[in-house]
Design a protein around this ligand. Structure first.
Ligand code: HEM
Length: 144
């Protein structure tokens, strides 16, 4: 599959759809999502956005787990991350504490692409997941 990345345009309305529950099921449920997200974050640590994240091992481990929980919930799994009305809004607010530009977004997405490429699941499900992260990540960009 092609991992398209479109530009973030300041002020532009971003439409996205949460990834399907089938993605969560295909990766192997909660445990599979954990494996996928830990792998993604191990790669983040090798990437050029590593400095955005805590260098302390224990703190980093917490982020890995938080991410796992978020992605379980956003894929329609149980509300193990936060019991909020709009999880995506919550996540946009969360990222405002960090200065994220388009370069950082592209590196984040490139790292996600690598982790996705290693998943042995239906490419259609990867595509749906990619669509979500490619679009939603635009809303984490706050520095132009
Ligand atoms: C689809 C896009 C993204 C999603 C769904 C997402 C999701 C998350 C989640 C769930 C967390 C953990 C929140 C918590 O601790 O409760 C997090 C933390 C974080 N994300 Fe993202 N993220 C996205 C894009 C990005 C991008 C593009 C960057 C750019 C560098 C980024 C930087 C960070 C940072 C710096 C943290 C926090 C680290 C800390 O707590 O010290 N994220 N993200």
């Amino acid at each position: 599959m092609k991992y398209n990345i479109t530009d973030t345009i300041p002020g532009e309305e971003v439409k996205f759809r949460n990834p399907p529950k089938e993605f969560l099921e295909a990766v192997g449920g909660v445990e599979g999502m954990r494996k996928f997200m830990y792998d993604f974050y191990d790669r983040i640590y090798e990437s050029n956005i590593a400095h955005f994240f805590p260098q302390d091992e224990e703190e980093f481990a917490k982020i890995k787990e938080k991410n796992t929980q978020f992605f379980i919930q956003i894929c329609g799994g149980p509300a193990v991350y936060e019991d909020v009305e709009n999880l995506n809004e919550y996540m946009i607010e969360f990222h405002k504490d960090f200065t994220i530009d388009e370069r950082a977004r592209i590196e984040w997405l490139g790292t996600m692409q690598e982790a996705l490429e290693d998943l042995n699941i239906d490419p259609k499900l990867k595509e749906a997941f990619w669509e979500y992260v490619e679009k939603f990540s635009k809303l984490t960009v706050n520095r132009f």
